[in-house]
Write a protein that binds this ligand. Structure first.
Ligand code: FES
Length: 148
């Protein structure tokens, strides 16, 4: 695993470097660690508050630790009509967490998302951005237990 110092250094002096660095950090760690925020602020010559503002502006970036598996439930209208709320409940029950939380073992984070353009097969859940189609609440234990 790369360390955050090396990742940030790769983008020093580049236009828009801080955003690219945050993307790279997010890809590596699934979130932006607090120490990395501080170092990014120094490296790109802005205050820590500004760096935090950048990191929290984009919904796909996170400053909170997240799980190895990011489970997202599409909550746009077609998925909603197809029963997304029952799938949400099944995921929350199976993982023992609510939307926006991470399991204590750091394995799963559960979030909601907007339409991912797969409305022909609603409801849609993604696991680390891989879509799973036509998901029913009954399938959730099998789908999530396959995440090792
Ligand atoms: S509304 Fe869920 S994929 Fe389009």
């Amino acid at each position: 695993m790369a360390n955050y110092v090396d990742i940030i250094e790769l983008y020093r002096g580049k236009k828009g470097g801080i955003i690219e660095a945050f993307h790279a950090l997010q890809n590596e760690f699934n979130y932006i660690p607090e120490e990395a925020l501080g170092l990014a602020a120094k490296t790109f010559g802005i205050s820590e508050a500004e760096a935090y503002g950048v990191a929290t502006f984009y919904s796909y970036l996170s400053v909170k630790p997240r799980g190895k598996y990011i489970i997202r439930m599409c909550e746009s209208a077609p998925c909603h009509i197809a029963g997304a709320d029952r799938v949400v409940k099944a995921i929350e029950d199976y993982l023992g967490i609510n939307v926006g939380e991470t399991t204590a073992d750091g394995k799963f984070t559960f979030e909601l998302c907007e339409c991912i353009g797969q409305c022909q097969a609603t409801p849609v859940v993604t696991i680390n951005s891989e879509p799973v189609f036509n998901v029913s609440p009954e399938q959730i234990p099998e789908i999530l237990s396959a995440c090792k």
